[in-house]
Write a protein that binds this ligand. Structure first.
Ligand code: HDE
Length: 707
């Protein structure tokens, strides 16, 4: 018995939050031992505490989202600076005195909940605005167009993108037979596939992505007048991407790269922000555009309709609990407030059914709106009653509308008396036959795909060529590769030629018979426009949205070993941190690293625990002894080789490496302007300036020309 008296008492609560309890609130004195018949005997069925614990554990999982399963979220605020009462009566967009709380969830689309952050994929960008008039969800993506035009094709698109049915391979990747089979048979996907093959699909950070509402929405003003709009979000840090080889490495070295980046920066007070704006599509504008604004496979370039920026969104608080908030948050394009309405976009119309429906499978109850993350900040009063897991306890007797119970005024009647400020659908005349038919105005699938490709910079085009060659290279069915080359041949013959050469196939003459046959099931007439002169729009490139004047929050790896140049290192640290960047010291071991002057510094990471791909740039710290050790350590050397390959700027501190005309003596890595020798007095500033350009793309272009 004596040893038992020495046990700590679980009731001895030092947290100040109360004792450890069961789900029923009863204090528990032992959470380590099952109730047994004798200390070596069998467990007893009566152990209700054991059963409660295991029962709850057995049911911890809820179904993951059927798409956008993997994500990360954050809380923040939206502040309006330029009201637009002429367009909408939504208080959110008219009252500059308000600060509206938001919760944002970023996501990948294809991978399952535990997959990597860095596949080639579209990113979800969903915002919940907790306005004074209820919840408005803007459920968008980081790419302004979508794969398909009609929601009825969504299950087929998603089946083709997800891992293949028999083997459940590959995870979180479009580079496989079924996706390219679908895409090659559905030419309406051509424009979006072009964006998917571009650098937009491998962002550097959630904080560095544009957001787009994609579907055309409608704003409705006080007079009931409706105007079509597209929503946009532009990141303050600019748009930046990683390169494909880097993305693949990040997926292995740190699959939580984007999550962690968002989390850590919010913790450090580097609050990411975006400017929110609208493109206003008046009837005159609509008339001038040569595509249909209800077709979600089309983008309206900013050059044609400029964005009117109206407010700033900032993310400034991490979730308290991932499951309760990020996992249980329920978005729905039908969560609208007075002054914001939908358009007739057939993709959006289908989404209006799907998002509510999916909450029932995921969250298990029509009362999902009562979960703290989904609960409006404004009061709710209606007669939706009961259902699984109801939290609300209505205390009035009127559960029908209208009612005349004198104790509880009927909210419906009182709101009418108050002048009818509630949501009213925009009055719109609708006529037409009941039919299954797509408008002929949706039938041009290639013009915007061609415009997108031709608008890209040389490096942007090269990355698209590489991406097609990689993805189609993973397709094992040759007829699928050929069929897709047929689509590329219509978009751009030089692109088709480059990819075909890499695949070792001839360029087909136009679309395959099967592709045309599918299109003909949708359109009576299918005009395949031949290659012709098109305008180009810089706003479709990443470069246009990447201001080159800031290195805030960039992470630089300083590679050092015993004998490094302390003075130089500290100078670099001072130069970079004063501009908001972060310099981390990497060495061969944890603990102190001794400098040539005898002083020591603690390393932040070892060469082993990190990787070049996890940094924006690499700095080989000065000091002959240190440089000699770093450049002969295979693990450390790989940082420099990868940084070179990924077009990163590299700083070389004082020492023998500065003298060489090839990096690491390797003739395939000639020293170029992306390699910055730290020569005083302005070496640090030159390096910081170089970093603000993000990458030294000329290196990759020069290497290509040599091939
Ligand atoms: Fe979604 N989509 N979607 N989608 N979507 C879902 O809803 C759907 C589409 C988007 O972080 C699901 O709660 C259909 C376009 C985001 O929780 C589901 C169609 C755009 C998110 C669904 C589309 C999106 C979703 C799965 C074709 C860009 C994640 C889980 C008509 C504007 C939101 C869920 C979050 C999630 C259906 C097309 C964006 C099944 C039927 C276009 C950002 O309801």
């Amino acid at each position: 018995m004596a040893h038992q008296t020495n046990r700590p008492d679980p009731q001895d609560d030092r947290t100040g939050k109360g004792p450890f309890t069961s789900n029923q609130g009863a204090p528990i004195s032992d959470d380590f031992n099952t109730l047994r018949a004798g200390s070596r005997g069998p467990a007893l069925l009566e152990d209700f505490l054991f059963r409660e614990k295991i029962f709850h554990f057995d049911h911890e999982r809820i179904p993951e989202r059927v798409v956008h399963a993997r994500g990360a979220g954050a809380h923040g605020t939206f502040r309006l600076h330029t009201p637009i009462p002429e367009l909408t009566r939504a208080g959110l967009f008219t009252d500059t005195q308000r600060e509206t709380e938001v919760f944002v969830r970023f996501s990948t689309v294809v991978g399952s909940r535990g997959s990597t952050d860095l596949p080639r994929d579209v990113r979800g960008f969903a915002i919940k605005f907790y306005t004074q008039e209820g919840i408005f969800d803007l459920v968008g993506n980081n790419i302004p167009v979508f794969f398909i035009q009609d929601a009825i094709n969504f299950p087929d698109l998603v089946h083709s993108l997800k891992p293949e049915e028999r083997s459940e391979i590959p995870q979180a990747a479009s580079a496989h037979n079924t996706f390219w089979d679908f895409a090659s048979l559905m030419p309406e996907t051509a424009h979006m596939v072009m964006w998917l093959m571009s650098d937009r699909a491998i962002p550097r950070s959630y904080r560095m992505m544009q957001g787009f509402g994609v579907n055309t929405l409608k704003l409705v003003n006080q007079n009931g007048e409706g105007t079509l709009v597209k929503f946009h979000l532009k990141p303050t840090l600019g748009v930046h991407s990683v390169v494909w080889d880097e993305a693949q490495k990040i997926s292995g070295k740190n699959p939580d790269f984007h999550r962690e980046d968002l989390w850590d920066n919010i913790e450090k007070g580097n609050f990411p922000s975006w400017e929110l704006g609208v493109q206003v599509i008046t009837a005159e504008v609509e008339e001038q555009l040569d595509f249909d604004v209800l077709d979600a496979t089309k983008v309206i370039p900013e050059e044609l309709v400029p964005i009117r920026f109206i407010g700033t969104m900032e993310l400034n608080r991490n979730p308290t609990n991932f499951f309760s908030e990020t996992e249980q948050v329920a978005f729905h394009p039908g969560h609208l407030v007075p002054g914001i309405d939908v358009s007739d976009d057939p993709l959006l119309q289908g989404r209006l059914f799907s998002y509510l429906d999916t909450q029932l499978s995921r969250l298990g109850s029509p009362n999902f709106h009562e979960l703290p993350i989904n609960r409006p900040k404004s009061p709710t009063r209606n007669f939706r009653r009961e259902g699984a897991m109801r939290h609300d306890i209505p205390d009035d007797s009127g559960n029908y509308n209208p009612h005349s119970d004198p104790k509880t005024a009927c909210p419906f009647l009182s709101s009418i008396l108050n002048g009818g400020q509630g949501f009213r659908s925009h009055h719109q005349e609708v006529t037409g036959e009941k039919l299954r038919k797509r408008s002929a105005t949706f039938s041009d699938h290639f013009t915007q795909a061609a415009i997108f490709y031709r608008s890209q910079t040389a490096i942007g085009q090269k990355h698209i060529q590489d991406a097609f060659s990689f993805e189609l290279g993973k397709v094992t069915r040759e007829e699928v590769r050929t069929r897709y080359l047929g689509i590329l041949s219509v978009i751009d013959t030089s692109l088709a030629g480059t990819v075909a050469t890499r695949l070792g196939l001839p360029v087909p003459e136009g679309l395959s018979e099967e592709t045309v046959m599918t299109a003909r099931q949708i359109f009576e007439e299918y005009p395949v426009l031949p290659e012709h002169d098109q305008p180009t729009y810089p706003s479709l490139t990443v470069k246009y949205h990447a201001p080159s004047d800031s290195i805030a929050t960039r992470r630089i790896a300083a590679l050092a070993a015993e004998g490094f140049d302390m003075e130089e290192y500290l100078g670099m640290q001072q130069a970079l941190t004063s501009l908001g960047a972060e310099l981390l010291l990497l060495g061969p071991h944890f603990g102190q690293l001794r400098a040539s002057n005898g002083e020591g510094l603690n390393v932040d990471h070892t060469f082993l625990t990190m990787d070049s791909a996890l940094f924006d740039s690499v700095y080989l710290v000065g000091g002959p002894q240190s440089q000699q050790k770093v450049t002969t350590d295979l693990q450390a050397k790989a940082y420099l080789e990868d940084a070179y390959k990924h077009n990163k700027f590299i700083a070389i501190g004082s020492g023998p490496v500065q003298q060489s005309s090839n990096l690491l003596g390797n003739p395939s890595m000639p020293v170029d302007e992306g390699i910055v020798p730290l020569v005083s007095p302005d070496g640090f500033e030159l390096f910081a300036k170089a970093l603000s350009m993000h990458r030294y793309w000329s290196r990759e272009l020069a290497a290509t020309q040599k091939i």
